[in-house]
Design a protein around this ligand. Structure first.
Ligand SMILES: [Zn+2]
Length: 263
């Protein structure tokens, strides 16, 4: 029975999803309420296990930028009839005390920055570069797409059966991995080159919609490249390379600026 449901969901929902702006067709067949519920719980779990920053000034700064970008994006999605992408979203922006040069986002608008990345961001526009990239992962449903891919690879309907409802440890580990936080549960699954490039591209459009300085994007990635060292998950994933990233950004900046002017 569950495979029939699986097939129906697969055919019914997967057929009609596309990423805004880039227009890429994607396969996302995990029901959104399940993704959002898993994400909410995973986010709480990570925050509970983390040391949150007590620097109110920095926390408020981060939230102000996050709210400005997410509001601009929501307004845009409504104007083009894509509210479906933010249904049930409750944005949250938190700052975790950690030296890691990283930030991440889970479905439903759950974003976290590590304090270690702030000096590399340098200014509000730099924070907006990272923030827009993370918001883009959430808007483009990359978490759902990755969970859907995992389901296909495993040939199981785990996510759609009781295990999902009970949020078993296996399902929660699967979700964490899909949301780019696999390192928290000992599994590393960096975002694919396709997802990273798409988050970079969408991020520029989102920055432009919110009125930030796009020239800061390549500068941020140059500073990031200069920090060298290892490559922790998500933001510093090894692909695409910094130079490819910067080159693509320089190509997309005029397009994003022109796009925002038309809105
Ligand atoms: Zn990313």
């Amino acid at each position: 029975m569950k495979y029939i449901i699986y097939a129906l969901l697969f055919l019914g929902i997967a057929a009609c999803t596309s990423v805004p702006i880039t227009g890429r067709k994607q396969l996302t067949f995990i029901p959104n309420d399940q993704i959002l519920s898993l994400s909410k719980q995973s986010y709480r779990d990570v925050l509970k296990d983390s040391k949150l920053s007590t620097n109110e000034l920095q926390v408020q700064r981060l939230r102000k930028i996050g709210n400005r970008i997410s509001s601009a994006v929501e307004q845009y999605l409504k104007s083009v009839g894509r509210e479906d992408l933010i249904k049930g979203y409750v944005w949250e922006f938190n700052l975790i005390e950690s030296d890691q040069l990283n930030a991440w986002a889970m479905p439903g608008g759950k974003v976290a920055f590590y304090t270690g990345i702030l000096p590399v961001c340098k200014n509000d526009d730099g924070i907006a570069v990272v923030m827009s990239h993370e918001i883009a992962h959430a808007i483009a449903q990359h978490g759902n797409e990755r969970m859907s891919q995992q389901q296909i690879q495993q040939g199981s309907a785990l996510v759609l059966d009781a295990a999902m409802m009970n949020k078993s440890p296996e399902t929660r580990a699967l979700a964490m991995t899909a949301f780019g936080l696999g390192s928290q549960v000992g599994i590393m699954l960096p975002y694919s080159r396709k997802h990273e490039s798409e988050a970079d591209e969408l991020g520029l459009y989102f920055m432009a919609l919110a009125g930030y300085n796009l020239q800061e994007a390549p500068k941020f990635w140059e500073r990031m490249a200069a920090t060298g060292g290892g490559a922790p998950p998500e933001l510093l994933s090894t692909h695409p390379s910094h130079s490819t990233r910067i080159k693509n950004m320089e190509k997309n900046i005029p397009k994003a600026e022109a796009f925002a002017k038309k809105q």
